[in-house]
Ligand binder design. Structure first.
Ligand code: XMP
Length: 321
């Protein structure tokens, strides 16, 4: 199935919104649908499109998978309550950490998250709610990279020959699949999402599990969560596409309090990009880099090394996993 791209420069947002709302209405009929909100711009836009189309017949969940950033579930629920959308928190942390136990290979890690989300958690929610459809915020870039065999994005199925109805027991609707990130931002703004959300840098579906190389244990995720909060605060005024803080698997020799410490390494990436297909490292001021290193080694236990990645995409990808 080929998808007709709608470029951000060409989109008529009112027309697009009307067409998608009509399409969701037509497809779901008088039935029910569910969707999972992550707090990113794609799922936020889909949540508002779905509510416009279905009202209370769309149930919106926030899946607490244990892999989110600091304060994220509470923040997202409160923000959408302010927009008149009720979001139910689903605690699935134990299921995700069980699925990630011992998994080191990046693609297997992505697969473990996909199966837990789609088969276990959404499968259960669909059954409990009686819904037949899941609305989700897949965008064109997710599909490109999965179809090209670069990375298995957690939310791509039909384009790689997986029928969600057969595999998981429900159908998936993807109202923003013709858009890239810049187009989704325009639609999000037109839907009335606050700029804080519409302009939010992207964050991947596999969440902080994509930010640890090697096993995503509760402890390692907690560490990278703390480090991510520091980096995001220090880089908050940098107009980059996205920044990320990564925990490496290898340890390196360091020293603290005049003693040897075989410690942890963090890698910072900060990207300039328009649509995530290609990207260049942001030319961060040296003072920012220094502030990052100082605070990360001071506040994140065991960290003795902080590096900044200076390779472009390609051949790098933006995330390490
Ligand atoms: P990569 O690492 O593929 O990242 O160069 C490109 C953009 O996509 C985001 N990303 C994902 N988003 N599910 C998502 O929803 C995923 O599995 C996923 N993997 C990467 C990444 O954060 C970047 O913005």
């Amino acid at each position: 199935m080929s998808i007709n791209e709608i470029k951000a420069s060409e989109i008529d947002t009112d027309k697009f919104i009307a067409a998608q709302v009509a399409d969701i209405k037509r497809t779901v009929g008088d039935g029910l649908a569910i969707n999972a909100l992550s707090g990113g711009v794609d799922s936020s836009a889909v949540t508002l499109l779905g509510h416009k189309a279905l009202g209370d017949r769309l149930k919106t969940y926030f899946v607490q998978n244990g892999l989110m950033r600091e304060g994220e579930p509470e923040r997202v629920v409160a923000l959408f309550a302010g927009l008149g959308v009720k979001v139910e928190l689903v605690d699935a942390q134990d299921e995700f950490f069980a699925a990630l136990k011992g998994v080191i290979d990046p693609e297997l890690k992505r697969e473990a998250i996909t199966q837990t989300f789609y088969k276990k958690v959404f499968g259960r929610l669909v059954k409990e709610s009686g819904a037949k459809y899941l609305l989700q915020g897949t965008i064109l870039t997710d599909i490109d990279e999965t179809a090209a065999g670069i990375k298995r994005q957690h939310n791509v199925f039909e384009q790689i020959g997986i029928d969600p109805q057969e595999a998981f027991g429900y159908k998936i609707l993807e109202p923003v699949v013709q858009l890239r990130k810049d187009g989704v931002r325009k639609v999000a703004q037109a839907l009335g999402l606050p700029a804080e959300l519409a302009k939010r840098p992207p964050f991947p579906g596999p969440a902080l599990a994509a930010r640890v190389i090697g096993e995503a244990t509760r402890e390692r995720i907690a560490l990278v969560r703390k480090a991510t909060a520091i980096t995001e605060r220090i880089l908050a005024d940098v107009p980059a596409f996205q920044n990320m803080t990564i925990l490496h698997e290898d340890r390196v020799t360091g020293m603290r309090d005049n003693a040897r410490e075989f410690g942890l390494q963090l890698e910072i990436r900060c990207w300039d990009s328009v649509d995530a297909r290609t990207a260049k490292p942001t030319r961060l001021p040296w003072e920012k880099l220094e502030a990052l290193a100082d605070e990360l080694v001071a506040k994140v236990p065991g960290v003795v090394s902080v590096t900044y990645s200076i390779a472009k995409k390609p051949p790098s990808t933006m995330e390490v996993v």
